[in-house]
Design a binder for this molecule. Structure first.
Ligand code: SAM
Length: 196
């Protein structure tokens, strides 16, 4: 067998074991969770958690430095109802303990991957909505925002291609707080989906 591949499998297993352990440590009892995927430096989620102290919030990002900054922000704000984990979205959805009930999800300014050959890397895709749907009860909302017009068009097409979520035309955006990437944007589009 290929030694490099074996090593890769070992690393994946270790990463998944560590994430499973971290999540189980955080959520050992039934809990309603607000999830932000790609939380970056935590600007949005820390303000959200401050504004809704009754809610429990989790921010995910694959970049460790961003997670460190987000944690510092939460510490400076003196709040304990938000946690940040260096973790990938699909892996986290897979490993979240069954005690966790996702109540609302936010995907704000995800990487747009503008080149066609990179579209496969876009987070917001049919597979994502299907996996998310498995963790969400009817009525849960997923909030998506992007400043990249083609990504927004793509997102609308993605919604058409699955049946677990429908576009919620009447819902208001629940909380406004400018993110790092929003600040750089001239304009943006938002989409609210509801689990059906
Ligand atoms: C363009 S930044 C936006 C950050 C922040 N939401 C904002 O608006 O300022 C996208 C973030 O998503 C993170 N990200 C990309 N793919 C991810 C994935 N599969 N799981 C978790 N985070 C991811 C990136 O590391 C990056 O910090």
């Amino acid at each position: 067998m290929n030694a490099g591949y074996d090593q890769h499998l070992e690393l994946v297993k270790k990463r998944r074991d560590e994430l499973r352990f971290a999540l189980a440590n955080l959520y050992s009892e039934p809990i309603d969770l607000t999830l932000e995927i790609g939380s970056g430096h935590g600007h949005w989620l820390v303000k959200f958690a401050e504004s809704f102290p009754e809610k429990t919030c989790l921010g995910l990002d694959i970049i460790g430095d961003r997670i460190e900054r987000a944690r510092k922000k939460a510490n400076s704000a003196g709040i304990s109802n938000v946690q940040f984990l260096k973790a990938e979205a699909f892996e986290t959805l897979d490993l979240l303990p069954k005690e966790v009930r996702l109540k609302e999800v936010f995907v704000l300014f995800p990487d747009p991957w503008p080149k066609k050959r990179h579209w496969k890397n876009r987070l917001f895709c049919v597979q994502f909505l299907e996996q998310l749907a498995q963790r969400c009860e009817t009525g849960v909302r997923c909030h998506f925002r992007t400043d990249h017009e083609p990504y927004f068009e793509w997102a609308l097409e993605v919604v058409e291609q699955q049946s677990g979520w429908s576009i919620c035309q009447t819902a208001d955006w629940p909380f406004e707080q400018v993110t790092v990437f929003q600040e750089r944007a001239d304009a943006f589009n938002s989409l609210i989906l509801e689990r059906v």
